[in-house]
Every structure is written in C-alpha cells, then in structure tokens.
Ligand binder design. Structure first.
Ligand code: HAM
Length: 412
C-alpha cells in the first residue's frame, strides 16, 4: 500500500470544511484591511530562499526540499511564502511605483523537519505582506488583523513582541553580543558556536537549557536600540495599549528567519503542545533592497493553519439543500433532469438507486438536507413531486413546474 510521505497529511472531511472556512474568513478579514490576493509558484529557484530566509537559518541549512530539475537548475519547494512574494514584487517592478501594496496568500509550504504533533513537512500557511509603509501603525494593523482572525474562532493566545533594531543599531548590538559570546564559548552548545559566526542573535532563541542560563546575562537588544527604533517600539506598545491588546515583551524572540528588522511578533497558544507558535511575523525593511529591488519598507506575518485547525469549532451546520430520491426505476430520468436544473441555484443530493420512502427519509436526515423530495410512479403520472420540509416536518405534493420555480427559480 502506498502511503502519504512522512510528515505529510491528507486534509479530509470534516476537517477540510474547517480548512475552507478558515481560508474564507481570513481572506475576508484581510480584505477588510486592504489586502489583495496573490498567488506565487510553489517551486522557486533555490537561491531565492538562500538569500532571503538566510544561509544561517535552520530552514535553509537543514530543511529545504531542494533538487536539480531536468534542465539542470537548482530548485526548491517553498519553505515559506514571504520570499516568493518579494521576488514577485520586484520582478513586476512594484518597487518602482508609488504607493502601498498589500497582499495575502495561502497554500502549502515544505520543510524537511523531524515530524511531531504540530510539526509537519508539508503544512499550510495563511500570510499577509505589506510593502511601502514604514509607519509603525502598519505594524499594529498587522497584529490587529491577526488578532481579529484568531478572535473570530475564539482561539486563545498570547502575543509576544520584540524589536530587532535596524541597520544602525543592530551591528552595534551584534558586536557587543559576539564579545559576550567569546567569553562563554566553553558553556554554550555547538549550534550556538556556529551561530556566533553566522547570525549571532539566533543564539538567543536556543532551546538548550545550559545556553538559556548563559544568555540571561547577555546584553539586551532592547537596551541597545537607536532612538528611531526605540521610539517606534514605544509607539507600537502605545497603540496596542490604546486598543486594549495585551502583549508580552519577549527579549529572546528573534524569529527563525534572517530577514527581520525592527518589530518581530509571535502568537503562541497554551492549548497546543511544544509546537505552540500559531503565527509569526515582523518587519523586513531591508529585504526588497537586498534581493535587488529599490529600498522598500515591508512587514508581514503567516499563520500555521494545521496548528489552529484543532482549535477551530465551526457553528453547528444548519440543514441545507435538497435530498432527491426515487421510488421507482422509471422516475430516474425525470429526477436527474430536476437535479441538474436545481443545482444552478442550490445544493442537491440525488440518490440514483430506488429505495423505499422510509429509507430515503433516513438518508435525507443523515445528509442534513433541509428538504426531502421524492418521486414515485404516482408522482410521475401526475407530473408532481412529494416534498417534506425536514425542519418543520411538513409534507406536500407539488407540481414539478411549481417545485422548480419555488426551489430553482428556473423554467424547464
Ligand atoms: P514562521 O514563523 O517560520 O514564519 O512560520 C509561520 C507559522 O507557520 C508558524 O508560527 C507555525 O504556526 C507555522 N509552521 C512553521 N513551520 C511549521 C511546520 N513544520 N509544521 C506546521 N506548522 C508550521 C514565516 O514563515 C514567515 N514567512 C512569516 C512572515 C511573513 N514574516 C513576514 N512575513
């Protein structure tokens, strides 16, 4: 038997209903904030992710689904959505246009991680990216949109925020951190020694207890922000407070991708196990320029859809549509014609096999249809149909023309 690959999952009904519901809700809310849908390829040049997500990140270092295609090009299944959107933004020359550009996207992402609960090799994200807006109000806007999406489903979360500084203050901080790490080499793990050389602030994110103990005394990013970054971080907090959004400052929140500057944030949930990050994002003001475009401030986030599917409870489904059945072989053609006609307007579950009325009513109830509509010899002769409203428990016999008008609003 061929099975799905390790870390990859089918999303089956009824969970797939939740998936679609979530995409619709998140798209609608993103639209309310001015975001427009963008679709970029799942397969991109490997160098796109190496340059944007960063060679020193775990994603690029260990987790890429990378291969050589038949044309000899090194290509890669996208591990995240931001890089592709940035590539597209530059390729279509939006960096040369005036204005603010807001995009949302959703779809599969691929990371060759060690699978466990909440951590898959193929997973789905819903993400938003804004280009061209340096104001910290946009940072707040992003956080509020994310919060609105999670609140819609009553998902509990803690919002964590941090500032990673800019090209002015980050290098100064990095130097101080390296000096600190130089004195601690004997006490920190192999990975952190490697990070010290490639992207030192990532050490702050290390999960090894001995390292965590060491970094309690490390110089703090927030103590080393330049005036502009400090002002923005304070303003962000001010906006959040005025909008009654609770948050925690997490000085160890550095995010796993290299492109971040200034505001970084994560939503974590206590309802999940160790993989408790539901969503994450932040500013990436330097990425567009770094990828060859004109300098353009940018900010975004992505939600891990699988992580919240278990937390989503959909409202109880109301009865909907029509269950159509036949009591006799002869009625099949007529019923088929009726089903095809009605479906232009509404959901019809048509059962081809003839059954007794009792069996049909049982099936109709199970299908959660609002109406059961049945045709037997009698009805066929009189050009009529037997209809039962399954909520109201009322039955009637209607002429087929009238029935089609009432339920399909289309003449036969
Ligand atoms: P990220 O933090 O790497 O950020 O991923 C965002 C979310 O995707 C995580 O919070 C988590 O819920 C989910 N996720 C990540 N890896 C897995 C996995 N292996 N299995 C299941 N869920 C997972 C980004 O991807 C950035 N592109 C976000 C962003 C957009 N920053 C700016 N713009």
């Amino acid at each position: 038997m061929i099975k799905a690959l390790r870390g990859m999952k089918d999303i089956l009904p009824p969970v797939s209903e939740k998936y679609l519901h979530f995409i619709n809700t998140a798209s609608k809310l993103a639209n309310n904030f001015g975001f427009e849908y963008i679709e970029t390829p799942i397969l991109e040049e490997t160098s796109l992710f190496k340059r944007s997500v960063g060679e020193s990140s775990d994603i690029v270092g260990k987790e890429m689904y990378e291969f050589i295609d038949k044309g000899g090009n090194s290509v890669c299944l996208r591990p995240e959505g931001t890089a592709g959107v940035v590539r597209s933004f530059i390729e279509h020359k939006f960096d040369r246009k005036e204005g603010i550009f807001r995009y949302f996207y959703y779809g599969p992402m691929f990371r060759y991680e060690r699978p466990q609960k909440g951590r898959l090799r193929e997973f789905h994200q819903f993400g938003c990216e804004t280009f061209g807006e340096p104001s910290v109000y946009e940072d707040a806007n992003m956080i509020i949109l994310l919060k609105d999406i999670l609140d819609f489903y009553n998902i509990d979360y803690t919002l964590k925020i941090n500032s990673l500084g800019c090209e002015k203050c980050m290098p100064v901080y990095r130097k101080k951190l390296i000096e600190f790490l130089d004195t601690k080499e004997a006490k920190i793990c192999e990975d952190c020694i490697r990070r010290k050389a490639t992207n030192p602030i990532r050490v702050l994110d290390c999960k090894v207890d001995a390292c965590k103990d060491v970094y309690v005394d490390a110089p703090k990013l927030l103590d080393n922000l330049c005036e502009d970054c400090k002002k923005d971080f304070e303003k962000l907090q001010d906006i959040l407070q005025k909008n009654k959004i609770s948050y925690e400052i997490d000085i160890f929140l550095v995010r796993g991708l290299d492109y971040y500057t200034k505001t970084a944030f994560e939503f974590v949930s206590s309802s999940l196990g160790s993989q408790n990050a539901i969503a994450g994002g932040g500013r990436f003001d330097r990425l567009v320029e770094f990828m060859g475009g004109k300098p353009t401030p940018a900010i975004g986030f992505a939600i891990g859809i699988e992580r919240i599917l278990d937390l989503i409870e959909l409202p109880q489904n109301k009865r909907e549509g029509i269950y159509l059945g036949v009591l006799t072989e002869n009625a099949k053609d007529k019923a088929f014609e009726i089903a095809t006609n009605l479906r232009k307007k509404q959901k019809v579950i048509f059962i081809y096999n003839k059954k007794s009325l009792k069996a049909h009513l049982k099936g109709a109830d199970k299908s959660n249809a609002k109406f059961a509509a049945i045709i037997g010899e009698d009805e066929l002769e009189k050009n009529s149909i037997w209809v039962k409203d399954l909520d109201e428990k009322k039955e009637e016999i209607l002429k087929i023309d009238f029935f089609l008008k009432k339920f399909g609003e289309i003449d036969v």
